[in-house]
Design a protein around this ligand. Structure first.
Ligand SMILES: NC(=O)c1ccc[n+]([C@@H]2O[C@H](COP(=O)([O-])OP(=O)(O)OC[C@H]3O[C@@H](n4cnc5c(N)ncnc54)[C@H](OP(=O)(O)O)[C@@H]3O)[C@@H](O)[C@H]2O)c1
Length: 395
């Protein structure tokens, strides 16, 4: 039995991961869980899966969960610390074989590094961590001989296409994007988009942050950066195609012109199960892909003019250094402000570009240690919040 620790068990990926564990109870077990603030859902999960160790974002949330549990369940549980320390504790739990990082944002960066240092296999759904500290995470994985398995469906598809093949024979990686709910909308209509419109994704059901990122195409931009680190590929060999049906999850082009693709239904339980079963493959209760039912598969080039976030992500990668840290932090602040109704949809890219310009003029030195990455991230968040207040005043 493979023992799994999950960071972010109450979210969209976390609950799908628990469903996979439930469907394969003879092969998988939950050993530790961490979540943020959703105490009701977390208490249900803890009662159902009986992990040995649990953590939450705050001590009060953790205490609330412990109180909600029956005495016999609570007595078998060790409570880890709160916040980042709790995440590290769960990620390094001695009996965990694999750590799934499915928490939103960047709080789990230290936990992922700690899991790698402890020799755990890491299944990574969280792209922000690689965008923020891709070099640190992949260097650590190499040094400790640890496997990092991508759960993000596009990178999981590429992992499947590359598995066992010589990476020096790869010409390029091709990431597919659904194009989000506004794929065909003109620029002036995009300016009037509100959070309710942007939260309706046409093909995937996901958490709010990644759903907004899918609507701006920043999600694809973050994925280009994620692919750069996961597969050690320069950005000029990572292409994007818009594929509204989301059936081809991504493709790899080899030097002989052959292109391999991975196809499947849009259900995150599939890439999660692949990561849990790797290098084996297991049966699944999920309905199979019906190609004739799917009908046609379309592919288009992305429009970087209407979706400037994608252009900004490529720029951040091309210029190198620490610009991706700023891009990611500014994006999180901008998405929060948009969701709170304080910014327009097109202001998201405007704000990120302003934060990147400020970094270019004020803090050009690249950072390479964890503390320096955290400092730059904090600077970019403060700076973007100030810029957001300025944009808000002008609205
Ligand atoms: N959803 C998808 O289909 C999908 C696909 C590919 C990649 N991803 C990536 O996977 C990650 C999770 O996405 P999601 O859609 O599952 O997000 P989500 O539904 O918003 O869930 C986020 C999870 O993170 C937890 N969390 C947030 N802050 C935390 C903290 N400080 N400490 C501990 N836990 C914390 C949340 O806990 P509470 O709810 O208890 O506060 C929740 O369990 C993101 O990085 C996303 O980009 C998601």
């Amino acid at each position: 039995v493979k023992r799994i620790a999950i960071l972010g068990s109450t979210g969209s990926i976390g609950t799908s991961a628990l469903a996979v564990i439930d469907a394969h109870a003879d092969r998988l077990a939950v050993t530790a869980l961490a979540a943020g603030r959703n105490t009701a859902r977390f208490a249900d999960q803890v009662a159902r899966f009986r992990p040995g160790t649990i953590a939450m974002a705050s001590p009060s949330a953790l205490a609330e969960v412990m109180q909600a549990l029956d005495a016999d369940v609570a007595s078998g549980i060790r409570t880890a610390g709160a916040g980042r320390t709790g995440l590290v504790d769960v990620a390094t739990c001695p009996d965990a074989d694999l750590v799934l990082c499915a928490s939103a944002g960047t709080a789990a960066l230290e936990a992922v590094l700690a899991a790698i240092a402890a020799g755990k296999t890491v299944a990574l759904a969280n792209k922000e961590i690689l965008v923020m500290a891709g070099a640190l995470v992949t260097d650590a994985a190499r040094r400790h001989g640890v496997t990092v398995l991508p759960v993000d469906s596009e990178h999981n598809a590429i992992h499947q296409c590359l598995d066992g093949r010589d990476p020096t024979r790869v010409r390029k990686l091709i990431l597919t994007a659904s194009g989000g709910p506004f794929r065909e909308w003109p620029r002036d209509r995009l300016a009037r988009v509100g959070p309710g419109d942007a939260l309706r994704h046409p093909t995937w059901r996901m958490g709010p942050k990644i759903t907004i990122d899918s609507a701006t195409l920043m999600n694809k931009g973050l994925e280009v950066i994620e692919a750069r680190w996961l597969f050690d590929m320069p950005e000029d060999r990572i292409d994007i195609v818009i594929h509204p049906q989301s059936i081809v999850h991504s493709l790899v082009e080899f030097c002989d012109g052959s292109v391999l693709a991975q196809l499947g239904v849009t259900d995150m339980r599939l890439p999660i199960q692949y990561a849990f079963s790797y290098p084996d493959r297991w049966d699944t209760p999920i309905r199979p892909l019906d190609l004739t039912g799917a009908g046609r598969l379309d592919f288009f080039a992305p429009d970087l003019d209407r979706f400037p976030c994608l252009r900004l992500a490529y720029e951040a990668l091309q210029e190198g250094g620490s610009l991706p840290v700023v891009l990611n932090a500014a994006n999180e602040v901008a998405v929060d402000a948009f969701l709170a109704g304080r910014l327009g949809f097109m202001d998201i890219a405007r704000l990120i570009e302003q934060a990147m310009d400020a970094y270019r003029s004020e803090r050009p030195a690249a950072v390479s240690t964890l503390d320096a990455v955290r400092d730059l991230d904090a600077w970019a968040r403060r700076h973007t919040a100030d810029l957001a207040r300025g944009l808000q005043l002008k609205r």
